[in-house]
Structure formats: C-alpha cells, structure tokens
Design a protein around this ligand. Sequence first.
Ligand code: PEP
Ligand code: MN
Length: 261
Amino acid sequence: MSNLTDNKVIDLGGLRIGDDKHPIFIAGPCSVESEEHILKAAFFLKKLGVHVLRGGCFKPRTSPYDFQGLGLEGIKYLKQAGEKAKLPIITEVMEEKYIDVVSECTDIIQIGSRNMYNYPLLKALGHTKNPIMLKRGLSATVKEWIMAAEYIAMGGNDKIIMCERGIRTFNDYTRNTLDLAAVSIIKRETGRPVIVDPSHGTGRRELVGPMSKAALACGASGLMIEVHEEPAHALSDGNQSLDFPQFEKLIMELRSIVNEP
Ligand code: PEP
Ligand code: MN
C-alpha cells in the first residue's frame, strides 16, 4: 500500500519518530508513584534501550475515589528521572492551565483518550513547541481522530504523533478493541507517526506481547507499553502492566523482529 502523504517524521533531539525503519519504544509505569519508583523504572528501561520514559502524573481515572496521580510533584520526579537516566519523557496533560509547566518540563505531551474531543485543549496545544501524542478517543472514528489532530495542527504545531489505544466495542474479553487497521489508514492518510499502545488496547498483560508484535508487523512507528516493578501493587492499571523480567523478554523478542541488535 503506497502512502498518499509523505511521512511526517518528528525529530526529538536526534530520535526520529515515524521513521519506518526504526520503530521507537516508549515504556514506564501507568502512574508516577514516588521519586524512587520512577527513578528505578527509568534506569531499568534505559539499560534495555527504551527511547522514551512514560509516567502519568495527572490521571484520568474512572472513579474519583481512585488514585488521581501525584500532579506537579509527579512531574518533578519524572523530570528528575528522565535527566538522571538520560531519557526523554512523556506525560499526559488534562487541563489547559498545566500546559505551560508540562511543556516546559517534558519532551512529549500526551493527550489522553478522554480528552481527544476537548477542542479548546487541542487548540491551546497548537501554540506549544513540543511534539504532542494524541490518543484515539474511547469511541472515536478514524475521521474524528484525524480531525482532532487538525485542531492542534491548525494552531501551528504540526508535530503530532497519533496513538492507537483501542476503542470500545461489544467485545467483552478485552478492555478495548485494538484497531490495527487504523495504523495503516492513519499513516496512509496523514503521514503522521502512529504509536500503538497494546496495554490500554487490551487491558490484559498476556496480550501485550502478541499485540506488540502484530503492531510492528503492520508498520507501527513504535509502541507504548506499561511496565511496573510490582504490577500487583501498582496504583493504576496493574492488570495490564508487565513486570521487569516480562518486559525484558518482550523487548528482546521485538528487537529481533525489527532487526536491531
Ligand atoms: C495512559 O496512557 O495512562 C492513559 C490514561 O491512557 P488512555 O488515555 O488511552 O486511557
Ligand atoms: Mn494506564
């Protein structure tokens, strides 16, 4: 399938996001839980050649009674961990008032699934310089997702990474249904990099490996995988998080697929 649009590769300090030959790996815990927790994850992931460290600080939880993230304190720990391990960092911003601080402290800004339709927030991101990773809305059509990206691009920031994280269907065996056809469609229609998130896409740890391989096979620009030192004690999304040995095994397998040492 030939591209209708040229690839819009994003250069993040030498890391090329969207370069078809070199998929990138983003990994880390769902939430930043403490200074030590994120630091330990950062060093472990750096050693394995992960390219970007993730960690949620403002958490969009279904229940208001669940852990809501460490907020600005979490941003501070994530930034320190990224600097010490020499890894660029990504975190989610949910409110316009935090855009400045998040864009100052982090390398990539994540827009979560629940905010894909938050047009004022998307417009405000158009004025930032950071690459934006735009997750697909919980039930968004591909067209709606593409148009959400245009809300950001319209303001002048065209460094947009699309993230397929599954959509709601009648399927009752997985948290969401990972739509891998959308990877090819988005690349073809927009040329933008597409990262696949098999963790939220399935909600089940045992499916993260198979879906990661499938995503790379269909041309994803990279993967975002949730990793936690002790998933059973994670403050969020433990069921879909890989522990350190599981992630190490998977990344070795993925490397052999993409022919990288
Ligand atoms: C996340 O990446 O931690 C997250 C909350 O994802 P989503 O917005 O896809 O649910
Ligand atoms: Mn999560």
